[in-house]
Design a protein around this ligand. Structure first.
Ligand SMILES: Nc1ncnc2c1ncn2[C@@H]1O[C@H](COP(=O)(O)OP(=O)(O)O)[C@@H](O)[C@H]1O
Ligand code: SF4
Ligand SMILES: [Mg+2]
Length: 368
């Protein structure tokens, strides 16, 4: 189902500043791709590991799930970054780590230069209001026992004082912003359809006036026709409010309509990043190629042609409990050679802008 969504004009291609620094292929300089403007929101070498313990009374650590294992990202203000990858690759854990709902094992999360990982207590609670999360299941952020009015008014007044007499008008205006009639304020979440509920959950996130939104599979549970409406709504709100967003999805076809850039994640690490249209049209990393080739095209002739060239990924993704050594993709990669098992591949910039890069030692050969 084609979805007509205008790209985010705040970072339109013609306005994108070309990074001035010459790109060198060193582990340090290539660890992160430049943002589409001045850095606003940054992840630096973020790791989130979960201990695996055995025993009842005397617990002992028997392993570590490396759910997120060294992710660096820089976003400009107003940018939407699509984060894609198979289920279990660490996308949700990364989202929760950004909000400090799970403390990172290592690394830093910075907003406008301020290190959120260094904050504790009240300072952290306050800083969290700059971030909001939108989930696949709207009930994750909506209390089923609260009316829409109570839910939105609570979010609106949690960190700001709004005169009580003003609240009904503001809640009504917010509902209209997300395409719902103001008269729905007195209803409960269960009285709405899935799409309407997701609109209310989006309104709740906006009520806190955040700067950054982490949208975790926000349309994955919706019918395809409704998905398009919600995607259009998200794209409009990002544009109007100059929001910065990480849009998480296992479905590339969803992400390509809202994202300015796409980052591809595999087993806790990023393997490719670049402008959305370029990654979608010509993925460079073997894993990204497989992901993109699995997306059906709504044109039967082109789809037949693509089906013949489809890259089938063998096997399930390995466990982040014992990730493969070297390039984590090597057990499933059709291009793997002995060297791939030896060391984690460095980021290789693809062009002089440095915006496109992938972590593969055979990148130039494969895409030559
Ligand atoms: N609280 C937890 N304890 C242990 N392992 C976890 C926990 N949360 C997530 N994981 C594991 O971390 C990996 C990444 O999970 P997740 O971030 O949910 O992936 P995704 O959102 O990409 O599907 C999975 O292997 C998952 O089982
Ligand atoms: S580094 Fe090797 S195993 Fe990894 S993606 Fe590239 S060719 Fe495949
Ligand atoms: Mg998830």
């Amino acid at each position: 189902m084609p979805v007509a969504v205008a790209p985010n004009p705040s970072v339109a291609a013609s306005e994108r500043p070309v990074p001035s620094a010459a790109v060198e292929v060193t582990a340090a300089s290539a660890a992160d791709a430049p943002a589409l403007g001045a850095p606003f929101f940054e992840l630096r070498d973020v790791e989130t590991h979960f201990p695996v313990e055995k025993g009842f009374l005397f617990k002992r650590r028997v392993g570590t799930v490396r759910a997120v294992d060294g992710v660096s990202l820089t976003l400009a203000r107003g940018e939407v970054l699509g984060l894609v990858g198979e289920s279990g690759c660490g996308k949700s854990t990364l989202g929760r780590t950004v909000l400090q709902l799970i403390p990172p094992t290592a690394g830093r999360v910075l907003l406008a230069g301020r290190d959120l990982t260094a904050l504790r207590g009240e300072a952290l609670r306050h800083a969290r209001t700059d971030f909001q999360m939108i989930f696949q299941d709207p009930y994750a952020s909506l209390n089923p026992r609260m009316t829409v009015y109570d839910c939105l008014a609570e979010a609106m007044t949690a960190h700001r004082s709004v005169p009580a007499t003003e609240l009904p008008r503001r809640v009504g205006a917010l509902l209209e912003t997300v395409g719902m009639a103001a008269r729905f304020q007195r209803k409960y979440p269960h009285e709405f359809s899935g799409g309407q509920r997701q609109r209310i959950a989006i309104a709740r996130a906006l009520a806190v006036e955040p700067q950054v939104i982490i949208a975790d599979e926000p349309v994955s549970a919706l019918d395809v026709s409704i998905q398009a409406q919600i995607l259009n709504l998200i794209a409009r709100l990002v544009r109007e409010r100059n929001l910065t967003m990480i849009f998480i999805s296992h479905d590339l076809s969803v992400v390509k309509h809202v994202a300015d850039r796409i980052a591809v994640m595999y087993l806790g690490r990023l393997v490719e990043i670049g402008p959305a249209a370029e990654v979608f049209e010509r993925p460079l990393h073997p894993y990204a190629k497989a992901l993109v080739s699995a997306v059906p095209i709504p044109n039967p002739a082109r789809e037949r042609d693509r089906a013949a060239r489809r890259v089938i990924l063998a096997g399930d993704p390995p466990s982040p409990l014992n990730p493969p050594a070297g390039c984590r993709f090597h057990p499933r990669c059709a291009y793997a050679i002995e060297e791939c098992k030896a060391a984690q591949p460095p980021w290789v910039p693809w062009d002089e802008t440095g915006l496109r890069r992938a972590a593969c030692i055979r990148l130039k050969e494969i895409n030559g």
